[in-house]
Design a binder for this molecule. Structure first.
Ligand code: MFK
Length: 560
């Protein structure tokens, strides 16, 4: 008898097979803009799961960057060679508008960011983390436009171009050995040459997308005050304007759990030329780079949504072709329930991320009111921290759903899991973001979010099926308001932020269900999300034992 061979699961077209993404985008875009953008999104959906792009991504993961410190005759070279598959994936994204669409003048107006978010969620999981330079490029472009002068504007034109021959990408060099989360100990010094040029000296401990043409970085101008207040923001180029290398030594590439196609390096700046963004003596470098950070945090959230969606797509594809006990996995009640909850997590991740993007688009386009600015300030850290964790849980579940082959490298699912694990770490860890949320809460962002949650959920008041979900939002809001009263309590920051994330996501789902009142699916998703609970347990009341080491068993009474 011939040996049984499993029919392989195949990813379908990422746009047409993803009802949750299409409905979420329709909700935020409205009928007209959705109609106008549909062809563009569908084209990206076809590309994102085409054999060509999946093969490129698989190859890029297998071809990590190589550092070539010296040339043949011993001259310092510091070249980092990356996979051409990785570069090709980047070109596909750039040509499709992944770095440019929000900066172009389009009929989408303030909704351009939402269309862009759809493109990014589709392309990102197939990009072998080229989504990382894209995030920093977007953040740098906006920061240079906001704070920079004429030359910064010229650089931003390259960062936002669709033409791969003209386009540049940007890095973001902040982390030093003294701190990743706490930048106050930044040791890089900026000194002025006799000819007025600024030169930076110091070591940057983590620099991702190190092959980018340009980066934004922090340094302390000589004589500036200590701590984070004295830091200034600089633009630095890999090559000088005459094509010679800037004085940047690559100490080594990082050997990372994931993001393997992406070059991440330790760099030593040995008097490298850099250009201050705004007045370097005014300090405020952290405040300026916060523009970039908030944008890369939104990218991170869309990365979480994209990866979770991709995990779900694999799990569904496998369930359709695999049988157990003579029944398709797709029909087995236990498996169906697991996949349903995975789909609900995906919907929550998308709703939060797209709401953030919607607010950001309005702020960028200059049509947001003060309340929307406050909502965005609070929602950005909350969304980043929650979606990253949901994505890790979700892609891990999806890997389990595919079984042993899903654990094997050639299925490409381990790369998806590894690449998702970076999401809560870079761009601020869960606790750093929870503390950032507390910072925002002190200027009213918590109140804005809770008021908005009540208003959004109220749209579904008339739907019988969502009465419990609306009541759950109202109840959670009352509890979060009282918990938020102690907003200075750092130990509670994480549970407060998580509670806000779950509650606000539920409110968004209710509002979507009301908008789709003829379709039972968004309501089923919202009801299930609420049923699983909206609040997180607070911090442990007793933390006294966590670092304890010494213990001796009680003396035993002698026997016999
Ligand atoms: C799928 C792909 C995705 C993405 C790929 C990206 C790859 C990039 C890899 C990396 O670079 S990872 C490194 C990421 N590093 C971080 O995210 C740093 C984490 N640490 C923080 O975010 C800390 O909260 C922070 C360094 C900002 C704390 O600094 P300070 O100086 O102790 O904060 P302080 O004094 O509270 O804030 C200084 C000013 O900035 C204040 O304004 P004022 O001067 O007007 O008072 C703050 O209000 C403002 N500020 C701080 N965070 C802000 C902000 N403003 C707006 N938004 C924020 N998030």
């Amino acid at each position: 008898m011939a040996q049984f061979l499993q029919q392989p699961p195949e990813l379908s077209d990422a746009w047409h097979s993803d009802l949750i993404l299409r409905q979420a985008l329709h909700h935020f875009l409205g009928d007209d803009v959705f109609g106008a953008a549909e062809a563009e999104l569908a084209a990206m959906g076809r590309t994102a799961t085409s054999r060509e792009i999946l093969d490129l991504a698989a190859r890029a993961e297998l071809e990590p960057p190589v550092h070539i410190p010296y040339g043949t005759w011993g001259h310092r070279r510091d070249e980092i060679r990356v996979s051409d598959a990785y570069l090709h994936l980047g070109r596909i994204g750039v040509q499709a508008g992944i770095t440019s669409l929000p900066y172009e003048s389009t009929a989408y107006r303030e909704k351009a960011r939402i269309v862009w978010a759809g493109l990014l969620a589709l392309w990102g999981p197939s990009s072998a983390l080229y989504s990382c330079p894209v995030a920093m490029t977007d953040g740098a472009a906006r920061t240079l436009l906001q704070y920079g002068g004429e030359e910064d504007v010229e650089v931003s034109a390259r960062l936002t171009s669709r033409d791969p021959e003209f386009a540049w990408s940007s890095g973001q060099w902040m982390t030093e050995t003294a701190g990743g989360s706490d930048l106050s100990g930044t040791e890089t010094l900026a000194a002025r040459d006799h000819d007025g040029a600024w030169r930076l000296s110091g070591t940057k401990w983590f620099t991702s997308a190190t092959t980018s043409e340009v980066a934004l970085t922090l340094a302390r101008p000589e004589g500036s005050e200590a701590g984070s207040r004295g830091l200034a923001l600089f633009r630095i180029h890999r090559l000088n304007s005459n094509g010679t290398p800037n004085r940047i030594i690559v100490r080594r590439l990082k050997d990372k759990l994931g993001t393997r196609a992406l070059p991440t390096a330790e760099l030593e700046l040995q008097g490298a030329i850099a250009y201050p963004v705004g007045d370097p003596f005014a300090g405020g470098g952290i405040k300026k780079i916060a523009t970039m950070l908030n944008i890369t945090r939104i990218h991170n959230s869309l990365g979480a949504a994209g990866n979770l969606g991709r995990g779900l797509a694999w799990a569904r594809a496998f369930a359709r072709v695999r049988e157990a006990g003579g029944t398709s996995l797709a029909e087995l009640p236990a498996h169906r329930a697991t996949l349903t909850d995975l789909a609900v997590d995906y919907a929550a991740t998308l709703m939060l991320s797209l709401r953030c993007v919607q607010l950001f688009g309005r702020v960028e386009y200059g049509v947001a009111d003060a309340n929307e600015v406050s909502l965005l300030r609070g929602l950005t850290p909350v969304t980043k921290l929650a979606t990253a964790r949901w994505a890790i849980a979700g892609v891990t579940e999806a890997m389990e759903c595919v079984g042993g082959v899903g654990y094997c490298e050639d299925s490409t699912i381990p790369a998806l899991v590894r690449n998702t694990h970076v999401l809560p770490i870079w761009e601020g860890t869960t606790n750093v973001l929870a503390l950032d949320f507390l910072r925002a809460a002190t200027s009213g962002a918590l109140e804005s979010l809770l008021d908005d949650a009540v208003e959004l959920a109220a749209a579904a008041m008339g739907l019988d099926r969502l009465k419990a979900a609306v009541a759950a939002v109202e109840d959670a809001v009352v509890r979060l308001r009282s918990a938020g009263g102690e907003a200075s309590d750092q130990a509670s920051a994480r549970s407060l932020a998580m509670g806000v994330a779950k509650t606000y996501a539920c409110a968004l789902m209710c509002s979507q269900a009301a908008n789709f009142s003829d379709d039972s699916r968004p309501a089923a998703i919202a009801a299930r999300w609420a049923q699983r609970g909206l609040l997180s347990p607070g911090p442990p009341p007793d933390t006294s034992f966590v670092f304890d080491e010494s213990w001796h068993p009680p003396e035993r009474a002698p026997t016999g």
